[in-house]
Design a protein around this ligand. Structure first.
Ligand code: NAP
Length: 331
């Protein structure tokens, strides 16, 4: 592909939201030794993508401008780095691109072979692109709360907040695969949807019952998978079982402080921040579940690359039901 150019969407500084995204024609990147060059079919947007643009992770990310955002992609292998032995040109794959390098809003991208997995024909590009950050996070949070996926989990009650979102909708399905009892929160419009994913009971977060997080059947939660913001420890605490643990994927400074204090005082009820790190093994496992029809990616909406701005604005709006997908090409 040397000398060829591609369409891409990038931004050149912090802030500006969707209106700072610019469409450009730039050279197709070349894969390094351990990388594969992908012709992208689909990408999915995660809140971290626009949080990086907002500057929430400065000065680490992005390391330089201009920056092509988005990490979660599906596509076809076009070229292989010299050390890549486990893929061939033509393989359909799901990849998580480097958080530092980004690159997902483009026609081509380079991905580490260590965060690339084969995509079975049963898994569409959109279904696959949804998985890396959102589904790996859901899986890792559940495992860190004690869920096992080999049928050996003891009965646990889990609360999943923002169960209609990118992470939450996978978490509900995975929790049911681990045989957990699931209480979920979401907005009124998504109650039937979240039930259809398998949740045993659902609370509307805008009602007083929802705001209290109380299980309608009186369950005390062993695990809380906390996927939204604005809920304090005093709301969680009375709903936790004796050794209940809140795993907070949107931690504030108060979460870190509270977590440290609880560790120091050997508290039985805990709150812990969690930053998930997608792995090849988890991505393979999740793609296999989608192939077998045991896990689904629910697509909120799809946008062509030429209208990536609307996908970006939709994610910033915070009201997606499932995943927001940018369609790039069908190979
Ligand atoms: N720590 C990590 O490793 C990690 C990994 C992935 C994501 N995250 C973070 O986790 C958060 C969730 O990510 P996501 O991809 O799931 O986001 P998302 O898809 O944008 O979530 C949107 C959904 O959240 C629902 N929601 C918003 N506020 C709610 C509330 N108070 N109670 C119940 N539901 C609520 C919305 O419902 P309505 O439309 O009805 O309001 C919407 O369906 C983000 O802040 C993200 O950055 C962290």
């Amino acid at each position: 592909m040397a000398g060829k150019t591609m369409r891409a969407v990038q931004y050149s500084g912090y802030g500006g939201g969707f209106s700072a995204l610019k469409h450009v024609e730039i050279p197709v990147p070349s894969p390094k030794k351990d990388e594969v060059l992908l012709k992208l079919e689909a990408a999915s947007i995660n809140p971290v993508d626009w949080k990086i643009q907002k500057g929430l992770l400065r000065p680490l990310l992005p390391p330089k401008f201009p920056f092509i955002p988005v990490t979660d992609v599906a596509g076809e292998v076009i070229e292989l780095g010299s050390a890549v032995k486990d893929f061939e040109a033509g393989d359909k794959v799901v990849s998580m691109l480097s958080v530092k390098k980004g690159g997902g809003l483009a026609e081509y991208a380079v991905a580490s072979s260590n965060l690339t997995v084969n995509r079975p024909p049963e898994v569409s590009a959109a279904d696959g692109a949804g998985l890396p950050i959102s589904a790996c996070t859901a899986l890792q949070v559940l495992k860190s709360g004690g869920a096992q996926f080999d049928g050996t989990t003891k009965p646990l009650n889990v609360l999943i907040t923002a169960a209609s979102g990118g992470v939450g909708h996978y978490a509900v399905q995975l929790a049911k695969l681990a045989n957990l009892h699931v209480t979920a929160t979401c907005g009124a419009r998504n109650i039937e949807f979240v039930k259809s994913l398998g949740a045993d009971e659902v609370l509307d977060y805008k009602t007083s019952e929802g705001a209290s997080l109380k299980s309608p059947s009186g369950k005390m939660y062993d695990i809380v998978i906390h996927c939204t913001v604005g809920i304090g420890w005093s709301t969680f605490e009375p709903n936790l079982s004796d050794h209940g643990k809140v795993i907070d994927i949107t931690p504030s400074p108060a979460t870190f402080l509270s977590s440290a204090l609880k560790k120091l005082t050997f508290a039985k009820k805990m709150i812990v921040p969690l930053l998930a790190l997608p792995t090849k093994a988890d991505m393979q496992y999740l793609a296999g579940l989608v192939k077998d029809g045991r896990l689904k990616t629910v697509v909120d909406s799809k946008y062509p690359l030429s209208n990536a701005e609307d996908a970006w604005a939709k994610s910033i709006g915070g009201h997606a039901t499932g995943k927001i997908i940018v369609e790039i090409s069908s190979t």
